[in-house]
Design a protein around this ligand. Structure first.
Ligand code: 5GW
Ligand code: MN
Length: 253
């Protein structure tokens, strides 16, 4: 076990991890969970919370010692924008109703992903963000922040130091609760005003991180473009998108 893991291990931590798989995204669950068993917080107590509209389609995955999976049924959503909006709300309520006293840290991860290298205690922090794999080396004026002042996700030109990935964030229960509550409220207020931020919850996450700077910033090793996308700029691919046929997986959504 790497030294940093053995040091944190003494704290007897529980890492809650939420993942959403609705509609055709249930096909990603197996590889996500099996690769997590190989690479993600190995040796720690890890509790996955899988939100899905089709609990019956969740595959049997053999979990290691001190690792568990809870499947939570959620209603099917027809608009994909609602799926992303819903993630913040579901995570907010999970922290309030289930995680208090049960977990120390929580991460929220996209399901159309796989682990390829270790992800361990070095990633823990009060509030954790990941640099977006396509924009970490882009000049600030190319960041795809929401630029319309009417949205609560608005970030003026010249501001913001990183563009963060919406596909992976985390931290302590308290900090992630504040993040999800704020983003959920802002998504709702925008919706009432009939404005939808350009990258939905990712835009609101970026605004939140502008005002509440993450205490830990992870490199794009923790959310890479894909295993077959040149990884020269990074040292090791730890977690990456898996290829998906957008037209196909997103039909009916
Ligand atoms: C469906 C249509 C368009 C966009 C997203 C969806 C969708 C997302 C869905 O039908 N079901 C679903 O479970 N999701 C969840 O939202 C998955 O956890 C997914 O990883 C996450 C973000 O959506 P992605 O992965 O399609 O977004 P990108 O920006 O990573 O491509
Ligand atoms: Mn994704």
């Amino acid at each position: 076990m790497p030294v940093i893991d053995s040091i944190y291990k003494q704290q007897n931590l529980t890492i809650a991890t939420t993942v959403f798989a609705l509609g055709k995204y249930t096909r990603f669950i197996k590889d996500f969970l099996e690769s997590a068993e190989q690479h993600y917080f190995v040796g720690f107590r890890v509790h996955f919370y899988l939100f899905t509209d089709q609990p019956e389609s969740v595959p049997e995955v053999k979990m290691g010692e001190n690792r568990s999976l809870t499947v939570l049924k959620v209603q099917s959503l027809n608009r994909w924008q609602d799926i992303s909006m819903n993630r913040m709300e579901k995570l907010e309520k999970l922290i309030e109703n289930e995680l208090a006293g049960e977990a120390d840290y929580v991460f929220c991860l996209d399901v159309d992903t796989m682990f390829y290298g270790r992800w361990g205690a070095e990633s823990l922090g009060r509030l954790v963000g990941v640099m977006h794999p396509w924009l970490f080396d882009a000049p600030r004026d190319q960041f795809t922040y929401e630029r319309r002042p009417e949205s609560l996700a608005y970030i003026p030109a010249g501001e913001g130091d990183y563009y963060y990935a919406g596909a992976a964030f985390g931290g302590t229960l308290e900090d992630v609760h504040n993040l999800t509550k704020t983003c959920r409220e802002h998504l709702n207020i925008d919706a009432v005003k009939s404005i939808e931020a350009v990258w939905q919850e990712e835009s609101h996450l970026n605004k939140y991180f502008l005002l509440n700077k993450p205490s830990k910033l992870l490199s794009p090793e923790y959310m890479w473009r894909g295993i077959n996308e040149g990884a020269a700029p990074i040292k090791i691919v730890r977690f990456a998108n898996v290829p998906k046929n957008y037209a196909e997986v997103r039909s009916n959504a």
